[in-house]
Structures are given as structure tokens and as C-alpha cells.
Design a protein around this ligand. Structure first.
Ligand code: SF4
Length: 707
């Protein structure tokens, strides 16, 4: 039955992970909403995971919502309710003063992969096109930037080649550094169903922990943390030795194979197995499954991305698709699973410190000129702006004076988070644009701007498979809260800039669409109306193109590099992370749990979701725990060179000895910040992607004894 949009029933998309499930929202007479999965949405066909199913509670519970703008003239004063004009006039005056006195690079916007595409577009236009600085970055830097950089190197552009429908066409999956059973559940259900219907489909899972994803694995490789490149190279070598490579593809559509071949033969299988902590036979088995496959998909997320060598880890994995020719054909390809709901849409509009709209490059003078002419603003600077962690470093050393934090909670999510706290203490001016009165950032704000939440504004998002969906505005925002794009446009007008008087989100989208014409993400056939009519579409979506857009890229084997050939990269396997030593003998890895999302500002409001894990914990192997005289539920202190965490012990033989795991969701609760994993993580970043090393640092673990 077709979902009939009415005043009470609307369709939208889940605001959590990058799977991008369709949702039908019903508005009840009392103004509350209920949600069900959209049976007609091609992504989820009616299914929702625990987080999506409980979205209604986050919408209906308005008890923590920010309702009106607030402001104070110094940080010792309490916040006062003010009008939108007062808040934005003051903010514009302070920004103008900083820009006049210290230059445009003295201010920055730190946004979020949860922003809608239209919101990303206007803030990017404001910062790069009018303020004249590239200091716009987002929390997608913490999540996807290594995959973005690797795609650019390997394929010539940040372009996910495949689509979800390829899942049912593949017969081998290699899942590295991800737990999609918990973090991309609906996508994973498709893999499970495919495996159940086709038992010969092979699933290889690479993870130092035995996760729920391993439940259907034919082969689990419990790799030593940080050794993915060594493993991928060892598999590459075996594929070459076994003759399981695609010579035609390598010869005609790729470059770099000779250097690659030389580097993967530098280590013997025995050496690689020893480094990875795996048996030789298990690596041989993985190579055999891949070599036998007719359709081969590599999938990965944060285990590869959030690393000081994240780009190289990505490249070493993409190499496996390239040397076997498993790309640009049904059922095959490298597939980075997006963490956030609209990290992809943000990149479409150039919403990172090194990008311009439609995947244009800041470093390219032609690209800068095209965008500058189109926007009609100030000169676009060639120098990349400050990335997420760099912004907080720059606040600490005084280069940056003002920061505007939009829809993200850096005081829980940034690595080595005490540096970020110090930074916000030192900042001369902090604007926080938020829906909730809970985030710790509010304590440092000079101006607080209440934003509309999911279901309270319209716009678009793009999921992991380049699929663009429209989100309806279903209910009014509470109090005086406004959509993020409206807030940014009002501010831009206060700054005196032209080109921010959009009638609505559709008009913003129309402008974004124009900038994509003749680029690789060309969506020149698209508008809000067309998306609504088609339900969802995948980019590129050209005028007179295929209805529904483009499901698969590189079918013609013409990659986006200058030579049109894919690049096979001979990356070194040297780990640059902080290594364990006598003082800090354990390796810490951090990650998500099934029922929470990011820093819990939404999912933490839902009782049902809080039942999965009621509090933060550290997962430790029973043998390590026994040596340290730690029992289940004991309170333990996990310390690093940067700080400490104190949480309950969870003994589990599903994690490797010498490794401990902390969930990343918990922040400061009632002045207690000892649940916060990022007290101890390392702010080391990948030199190319600038993505932090959340998955590897040295820690010590001790049973806590009350003083
Ligand atoms: Fe939402 Fe992701 Fe769950 Fe789908 S899988 S319902 S997009 S959280």
C-alpha cells in the first residue's frame, strides 16, 4: 500500500546512522508523533533498528529543549533570555570585530554530519564565500575523512562506487574495523538475509573483538589492533601468488601494481601472521574466499578510519578490490559505511575545511574561481581551513578567537577532550547552536541559539550509497527554535552579506544543484520536488538521466583520476600510534554500543534504549582481569598519559588479551566526567585526513580502591 502523505502522515528519513532508513511519521491529535518503518523506502523496506524504532520518544519529550536565544556579556554572568535580533546582532558585531582586528581566520564554524544538506550549504557559503576563511569543519572529520581521502587517491574522487542492492549480488564480504550488526543494523540484516538464503556466501570479519557481526561469519580474524595494512598486504600477496588477480583490469584500468607487488612481497606470510596475531592458515583461508568470489565487497567503518594511519589502512583495503578487478560491476566494490546520517551530503556541498561545493578542491584555482563567481562574495582562499582538532588547538594558542558550534557536542566526542575544555575556557567568544540544554559546551557559551530538531524542519540527506532522501517538516519546533539554515541565513544578513535571502530550503537546494552541473556528482536534474516525486534518488542524477539516478559508479571503468585509471597504492604498514609500554601496557580501543547514538543527547532520553547498557563500562579479557585481581562489575581506573576514566569492569573472552574497549557515548554526568572515554584517547591524527586515532592508544588498567 502506498504511503499517502496527509496532514497527519508524512515520510522522512532516520536521523541516526548513514544507512538512511525511511520512516513514516504519524501525528496524533495530542500533537505527539509515532513512527514506523517506511515499507516503500528502498533502503529498509519497513524495517527499523532499535534506535529508529524509538525516535518518537526523542521527538515527543521536549523537557530538555532549548526554547529561546540566550546571551551573556561575560562568563561569570548567568545567561539571559534575549530576542533573535539581539542574539544575532551581538554575534555579528563580535565576529566583525574579530575579522577586522585579527583577520577572517580568527573565527570558525564547527558543524555536524547530522546537519541537513541545505544547512551545510549555507554555512559553507557563508564561511568560505563571504567571511573569507576556510575554517569550517564538521564532526565528520572524526568519522569519515580517512575514507574520503583514500577514495580520492584510489578512484580520483570521494565517490562510493556501489549501492545496497549489490549486497544481494555478492558472494564474499570482507568486513574490517566495523560492527555493522550494531552500528548499521538494517544494512546488516540484508547481509544476514542474503547469507541465510545463500549459505555459500562467505563472510570474513576482521576485528580484535568477537562482535555480533561475527555471528554469521565464516571466518573471524581477531587481528592485533593497528595491523590491518599488514593483513591486507598478506592477502594481496596470496592473491597474486594464487593467480587470483584480474590481469586485464590491472593492465588496462589501474596503475601502481608493480610498486604494490614489490611492497606486499616484502614480508613472508609467517611474518605477517605473527605481526597480526593470526594463524597463517586463517589468512590463506581469507585469500581463498576472496579468490573464489565472483562478487566481492569490502566494507569498513571506524576501525580503519579512526587511526593515525587511517588513509593507508583504507588504501590497503581498496587495493584488494582493485587487484581482483572487483569494482564497477554488480555485486562488487569497496564500500565505506558512513557513520552519520548526512556525512555524504555535507561533502557534496563542500562542508569540510579542505573542500568546495560539488567535490571541488580549494587548491584548484579554476574551482575557486568558479565558486567565487557563482556566489559573488569575497575571494576564496586557497589555504585549507582548520580541521576539527586543529580548531581547538588554535583556540588554545590564541590564533582562533571565536567559534560557533553547531549541532555537535565536542566536549564528549573530541579526542583528549580536556584540551578541548581548556580551549573553550580560553575562547574569547563561543556560540552554541543546539536543540538540547544538556551538552557540556553550553557551560562555555556566550550566546546560545535554539535549533529545530528532526521532524521540525525540511531538507535533504544523503546516505552511505549516495541516496538522497527528503525529510518533511512534520511538527513545529518548540518555543522560538529555528531551523539551522534559517539561523545561519539570518546571521549572514546581519553581517551584511547578499545571497542569503532564500525563501525556503527548496531554494537553497536549487542553488546547490546549480553548482553541481558538469561535476562528477552532477544532480542538475534534481530539486526537492523531483526527490519527493521519486521518493529517493542516487547521485549523479543528471537532466534526462536514468530515473532514480545512478546506482553504481565506474561501470565503464573510467575512474576520476587524470589517467582515468584507478590507483593501486603501495602503502607502508608502519604503525605510528602511541605504543604500549611498561607504564601503559594495554591498548585502548573505543566504539559504539547497539542502542546509543553519539553522545546520547537523543538516545539517552529513551528508557528502553538505556536498558541495553545502563552505564559506561570497560571490556577486558578475563585472563587480564584475573592478573589484575579485577572481578566483574568492579570499578576500575583506566589511565593514559592524558587522563583517566573510572567505570565498571565487564569481563569478556570476546576481546583479545592486552586490549580493552570503552564505549564512546558517555560524557560528563552531574559533574562526573569519569565515564568519558575521551579523557584518555589520543589527539594524534592521520597526517592526510586529520582524523584522530580513537582506536589505538596506550593505557593502564587498575582496580579502583577508595582512598
Ligand atoms: Fe536509523 Fe541506522 Fe537504525 Fe536505520 S539502521 S533505523 S538509519 S539507526
Amino acid at each position: 500500500m502506498s504511503v499517502k502523505e496527509s496532514s497527519n502522515t508524512s515520510t522522512t528519513v532516520c536521523c541516526y546512522c548513514g544507512v538512511g532508513c525511511g520512516i513514516v511519521v504519524n501525528k496524533e491529535r495530542n500533537g505527539t508523533v509515532t513512527v514506523v518503518g517506511d515499507q516503500e523506502h528502498p533502503v529498509n523496506k519497513g524495517m527499523l533498528c532499535s534506535k529508529g524504532l524509538n525516535l518518537q520518544y526523542t521527538v515527543n519529550d521536549k523537557s530538555d529543549r532549548l526554547l529561546y536565544p540566550q546571551m551573556r556579556y561575560n562568563k561569570s554572568m548567568p545567561m539571559q533570555q534575549v530576542s533573535w535580533d539581539e542574539a544575532l546582532d551581538r554575534t555579528a558585531a563580535v565576529f566583525k570585530t574579530f575579522i577586522d582586528k585579527y583577520g577572517p581566520d580568527s573565527v570558525a564554524f564547527y558543524a555536524s554530519g547530522q546537519c541537513l544538506t541545505e544547512e551545510y550549504y549555507v554555512v559553507n557559503k557563508l564561511m568560505k564565500g563571504f567571511i573569507g576563511s576556510n575554517n569550517l569543519d564538521t564532526n565528520s572529520r572524526l568519522c569519515m575523512s580517512s575514507a574520503v581521502a583514500a577514495y580520492k587517491i584510489a578512484l580520483g574522487e570521494d565517490s562510493v562506487p556501489i549501492c545496497y542492492d549489490d549486497i544481494e549480488l555478492a558472494d564474499c564480504f570482507f568486513i574490517a574495523g566495523g560492527n555493522p550488526a550494531w552500528c548499521h543494523p538494517i544494512l546488516w540484516r540484508r547481509v544476514e538475509a542474503h547469507k541465510a538464503a545463500n549459505p555459500n556466501v562467505k563472510i570474513i570479519v576482521v576485528d580484535p573483538r568477537i562482535t555480533d557481526t561475527c555471528a554469521i561469519a565464516d571466518l573471524h580474524l581477531p587481528i592485533n589492533p593497528g595491523t590491518d595494512i599488514t593483513l591486507n598486504h598478506a592477502i594481496g600477496r596470496l592473491l597474486i601468488e594464487n593467480g587470483d588477480i584480474d590481469i586485464d583490469f590491472i593492465t588496462n584500468h589501474a596503475e601502481g601494481f608493480e610498486q604494490y607487488s614489490a611492497i606486499v612481497f616484502e614480508r613472508t606470510l609467517a611474518e605477517s601472521a605473527q605481526i597480526c596475531g593470526l594463524s597463517e592458515s586463517s589468512i590463506q583461508q581469507a585469500a581463498k574466499y576472496i579468490g573464489d568470489a565472483k562478487g566481492f565487497i569490502t566494507m569498513w567503518t571506524m576501525g580503519l578510519n579512526q587511526s593515525a594511519i587511517g588513509v593507508n589502512k583504507n588504501l590497503s583495503l581498496i587495493n584488494l578490490n582493485l587487484i581482483t578487478g572487483h569494482i564497477g560491476k554488480p555485486g562488487s566494490g569497496p564500500f565505506s559505511l558512513t557513520g552519520q546520517p548526512n556525512a555524504m551530503g555535507g561533502r557534496e556541498v563542500g562542508g569540510l575545511a579542505n573542500l568546495l561545493p560539488a567535490h571541488r578542491e580549494l587548491s584548484n584555482p579554476v574551482h575557486r574561481e568558479e565558486v567565487q563567481k557563482f556566489w559573488g562574495g569575497s575571494i576564496i582562499q586557497p589555504k585549507p581551513g582548520l580541521t576539527a582538532t586543529e580548531m581547538f588547538e588554535a583556540l588554545n594558542d590564541g590564533r582562533l578567537k571565536g567559534i560557533w558550534i553547531m549541532c555537535t557536542n565536542p566536549l564528549t566526542s573530541l579526542p583528549n577532550v580536556r584540551l578541548a575544555e581548556e580551549a573553550l575556557k580560553k575562547a574569547k567568544f563561543v556560540v552554541v547552536q543546539e536543540i538540547s540544554n544538556k551538552p557540556e559546551t553550553l557551560a562555555y557559551a556566550d550566546v546560545i541559539l535554539p535549533a529545530a530538531a528532526w521532524a521540525e524542519k525540511e531538507g535533504t540527506m544523503t546516505n552511505s550509497e549516495r541516496r538522497i532522501s527528503y525529510l518533511n517538516k512534520i511538527i513545529e519546533p518548540p518555543g522560538e527554535a529555528l531551523p539551522d539554515s534559517e539561523i545561519i541565513c539570518r546571521f549572514a544578513r546581519k553581517m551584511g552579506y547578499k545571497g542569503f535571502d532564500f525563501e525556503n530550503a527548496a531554494a537553497i537546494y536549487a542553488e546547490h544543484v546549480k553548482l553541481t552541473a558538469k561535476t562528477t556528482i552532477d544532480i542538475s536534474g534534481l530539486s526537492h520536488a523531483v526527490i519527493k516525486e521519486n521518493k529517493t534518488v542516487q547521485w549523479p542524477y543528471k537532466k534526462k538521466g536514468r530515473p532514480g539516478g545512478t546506482s553504481r559508479l565506474f561501470i565503464d571503468k573510467a575512474f576520476y583520476t587524470p589517467s582515468k585509471k584507478a590507483r593501486i597504492s603501495a602503502v607502508p604498514d608502519t604503525l605510528t600510534s602511541e605504543r604500549p609500554d611498561d607504564d601503559y601496557p594495554f591498548i585502548l580501543t573505543t566504539g559504539r554500543i547497539r542502542d546509543q547514538w553519539h553522545t546520547m543527547s537523543k538516545t539517552g532520553k529513551v528508557n528502553k534504549l538505556n536498558q541495553h547498557y545502563k552505564q559506561a563500562f570497560v571490556e577486558i579479557h578475563p585472563a587480564d582481569a584475573a592478573r589484575l585481581q579485577i572481578n566483574e562489575t568492579d570499578i576500575v581506573t583506566i589511565s593514559s598519559r592524558r587522563g583517566e576514566v573510572r567505570v565498571q569492569a565487564k569481563l569478556s573472552a570476546q576481546i583479545k588479551r592486552g586490549v580493552v574497549f570503552l564505549p564512546m557515548h558517555w560524557g560528563k554526568i552531574l559533574n562526573n566526567d569519569l565515564n568519558r572515554a575521551n579523557n584518555i584517547t589520543n589527539d594524534l591524527v592521520d597526517p592526510i585526513s586529520k582524523e584522530p586515532d580513537f582506536k589505538y592508544c596506550a593505557v593502564n588498567v587498575k582496580r579502583y580502591q577508595k582512598p
